[in-house]
Design a binder for this molecule. Structure first.
Ligand code: NAD
Ligand code: IPM
Ligand code: MN
Length: 358
């Protein structure tokens, strides 16, 4: 069991530095509690990097990411750069490409303490526990682009997938299902899109390697509806890049807020993973001290499980989060009244209490 790690922190824009700062405090507390050594390097990404280094992610930052044991990112996105040709989001896409993080894991669970404040009915939410496996380095995001330009009246984005790209992310989903309830729902738009027909056929072939896992294929429009009507029916939801982006923001309303969803972006074994909350830079609340830090803290917990081989530390952070939520430590987006700092203090306190019990 390793006990010392090198982490790259990329706080980014908007509330990114606030939630990464919170996660770092929890990491420090966990390191102290478990006798682990953490060495941090902090660099810019997104709008912050455009201002400081002239590009949304510099080559040095990409090299630092490749050399780290894992990378923890806050968020990118700054209204100042919207619509320009150099945009903060390009930094995140370049980072995902550089690390080859083709599989993005976004776990979604309904948290008992938050159910009463949800916009959805309690009977719909009880027992919800699903995992979105989103393809992260292909599809429309990375296809050839034709920009409309200043006076242009046409633009295009190419959506392309290869068999190999589908196989590798499908295997991640089936392997996750083997450790869970053994059920994969593959989401596509095979009634319209050629890439989706390839997707459906290849997922079907990969499914044959996993006879212990059941598979169903659902069209993305219907999947969006089932996610609200009966989210408890899902175990692992496997989908391509853009559909996964959209469905995961919808799924964020199952735990109750964008501020609750963590994620792990993983590539080939042995390469550093990228850990990022699903939410964005939330410019509307940046700098006011009310950002929900749980998604970033839970992303740090995922890092210990998926990249650092320390599921014991992940479990301790996750239990401390549940205890803090159960004790009423929630931010405004969840209907609570605590600030980022108070919530973070509570998580640190309950981690110090050992097994997350006050
Ligand atoms: P957003 O996720 O930033 O915000 C959507 C809504 O959720 C806002 O009302 C915001 O206040 C709220 N919210 C989000 N995270 C929260 C948190 N932790 N605590 C409390 N409330 C929270 O999405 P948006 O407004 O559509 O996008 C803003 C910028 O973020 C854009 O530039 C976008 O490109 C970028 N973005 C970045 C990432 C990323 O870095 N991974 C993800 C999504 C969006
Ligand atoms: C996410 C974000 C990113 C995406 C943006 C900021 C490029 O929305 O991580 O969900 O679309 O992948
Ligand atoms: Mn998104």
């Amino acid at each position: 069991m390793r006990d010392s790690f090198r982490l790259l922190l990329l706080p980014g824009d908007g509330i990114g530095p606030e939630v990464v700062g919170a996660a770092r405090r929890v990491l420090d507390r966990a390191a102290e509690h478990f006798g682990i050594g953490l060495e941090y390097e902090e660099r810019g990404i997104g709008g912050t990097a455009i201002r400081r280094e002239g590009a949304p992610v510099s080559d040095e930052t990409l090299e630092a990411a490749k050399a780290a044991d894992a990378v923890l990112l806050g968020a990118v996105g700054d209204p100042e750069f919207e619509g320009g040709s150099v945009r903060p989001e390009q930094g995140l896409l370049a980072l995902r490409t550089a690390l080859g993080t083709f599989a993005n894991l976004r776990p979604v669970t309904a948290i008992p303490a938050l159910i009463p404040s949800s916009t959805l009915k309690e009977e719909v939410l009880r027992g919800v526990d699903l995992l979105i496996v989103r393809e992260l380095t292909g599809g429309l995001y990375f296809g050839e682009k034709e920009e409309a330009g200043e006076s242009g009246d046409r633009a295009s984005d190419l959506c392309a997938y290869t068999r190999g790209e589908v196989v590798r992310v499908a295997r991640v989903a089936f392997e996750a299902a083997q450790r869970r309830k053994g059920f994969v729902t593959s989401v596509d738009k095979a009634n319209v899109l050629a890439t989706s027909r390839l997707w459906r056929r290849v997922v079907g072939e990969v499914a044959e390697e996993y006879p212990d896992v059941s598979v169903e294929h659902v069209l993305v429009d219907a999947a969006a509806m089932y996610l609200i009507r009966d989210p408890g029916r899902f175990d692992v939801l496997l989908t391509e890049n853009l559909f996964g982006d959209i469905l995961s923001d919808e799924a964020a309303m199952l735990p109750g807020s964008m501020g609750m969803l963590p994620s792990a972006s993983l590539g080939e074994p042995g390469r550093p993973g990228l850990y990022e909350p699903v939410h964005g830079s939330a410019p509307d609340i940046a700098g006011t001290g009310v950002a929900n830090p749980y998604a970033a803290i839970l992303s740090a917990a995922m890092m210990f499980r998926h990249s650092l081989g320390r599921p014991d530390v992940s479990g301790a952070i996750e239990r401390a989060v549940s205890t803090a939520l159960g004790a009423g430590f929630s931010t405004g987006d969840l209907g609570g009244s605590k600030g980022t700092e108070e919530v973070t203090d509570a998580v640190c306190r309950w981690m110090a209490a050992g097994e997350g019990v006050a």
